[in-house]
Design a protein around this ligand. Structure first.
Ligand code: PLP
Length: 351
């Protein structure tokens, strides 16, 4: 790979950005990484000002949805060091998604050298306040042209970043969905494909109209097994046992999920990775053994569920003094932000 060519933004937006009211993913830093795939090879990555891009209407992204993404965060510790959390996992997953969507594999050096350079150049955009981070969005999409339904012959890899505050989901109320499916056997549910989200929006809108915040996805075949919570992996706690479903081609292999599994085991929490039914959750609610439900994902880290709806009835989760969600969230965030020892070797120092 040749060295990365850099074109600096003429005017930084940094001074006009209110770091006290960032929200999540609303503001974008000054630069972005771009790298094009043409004639069977990836070209040299470039860093350019964050700005609009130009595509032909015949680009296949618009017609056949070949588009994948990742979600990561960069953190600043109190000594102004910059850290990533298990970035190798995101890189590997990007290429797993690419394979499933017939997108060419991205070389590791383009991803890492590009990302590290971008984080160096836009380092002042990484917020240092408590709970804040730079949200990182790598994407690959089809730029190649043609109306014939076949994979494109050209692609673009980009990384854009957004300084973000804490992802306040609050305590979410969810609806167990038995009609629509997020993913299916043999489908693309395990990939971070843009289209997976497009398909989720309508059922989620219907749930919102009914007074819920999110949908709990069940398996597409029987709708008996609980699989994911919106775009997060899901954990339930029955008595003192934490349970999460096994990953499959329908369930996304979340980095937060697998980190929480390891931390929970290390904390001596009884943890089971197995399929679990809606009926088991209802039974546990009815006999008082269902203590917690929470979603896990990079954006919110851990998002506690306050209640769930099923077949016209709402079931309220109890309040716990010794919440696993609270405990595990603190442990993982302390590792991510360099506030604690990292015995797992998950932190990656950028600069
Ligand atoms: C991204 C995503 C997750 C969470 O994955 P993390 O690696 O923990 O951010 C879970 N489920 C779905 C459907 C996702 O797209």
């Amino acid at each position: 790979m040749n060295s990365i060519q850099i074109t600096r933004a003429k005017h930084s937006k940094l001074k006009n950005t209110d770091f006290k009211n960032l929200g999540f993913g609303n503001f974008f830093s000054d630069h972005m990484l771009i790298c094009d795939y043409k004639f069977g090879v990836w070209g040299s990555p470039e860093i350019v000002p964050f700005e609009a891009i130009s595509l032909m209407p015949s680009s296949k992204i618009f017609h056949y949805g070949q588009s994948i993404f990742e979600g990561m965060k960069a953190y600043k510790d109190k000594n102004s060091n910059t850290w990533l959390f298990r970035p190798d996992e995101n890189f590997k997953r990007l290429n797993k998604s690419a394979e499933r969507l017939a997108i060419p594999q991205l070389p590791k050096n383009i991803f890492f050298e590009g990302l590290i350079k971008l984080l160096n150049i836009d380092n002042d955009w990484i917020p240092s306040a408590e709970g804040c981070s730079l949200y990182i969005r790598p994407i690959i999409f089809a730029t190649g042209e043609g109306f014939h339904a076949s994979p494109a012959d050209a692609y673009r890899f980009m990384i854009a970043t957004a300084p973000s505050g804490p992802y306040f989901s609050g305590k979410v109320k969810v609806l167990i969905e038995e009609n629509y499916s997020r993913s299916a056997n043999g489908g693309v549910g395990f990939a971070k494909a843009g289209g997976n989200y497009a398909g989720q929006f309508y059922p989620t809108q219907l749930a919102i109209e009914k007074g819920y915040d999110q949908v709990i996805w069940t398996d597409d075949n029987t709708h008996e097994y609980i699989e994911e919570a919106g775009a997060m992996n899901i954990f339930i706690r029955i008595n003192d046992t934490l349970i999460t479903g096994p990953t499959s081609d329908r369930i996304l292999d979340g980095v937060t999920r697998k980190s929480i599994i390891q931390i929970a085991k290390n904390e001596g929490i009884n943890l089971e990775v197995r399929k679990f039914k809606v009926s088991e959750v209802i039974k546990a609610s009815n006999n008082g053994s269902l203590k917690e439900m929470f979603g896990t994902g990079t954006a919110a880290v851990i998002s506690p569920i306050s209640a769930y709806g099923y077949r016209g009835r709402d079931y309220i989760l109890p309040k716990n003094k010794d919440s696993y969600a609270t405990l595990l969230k603190k442990i993982i965030i302390d590792i991510q932000t360099n506030k604690s020892e990292d015995s797992y070797k998950w932190r990656f120092k950028v600069c």
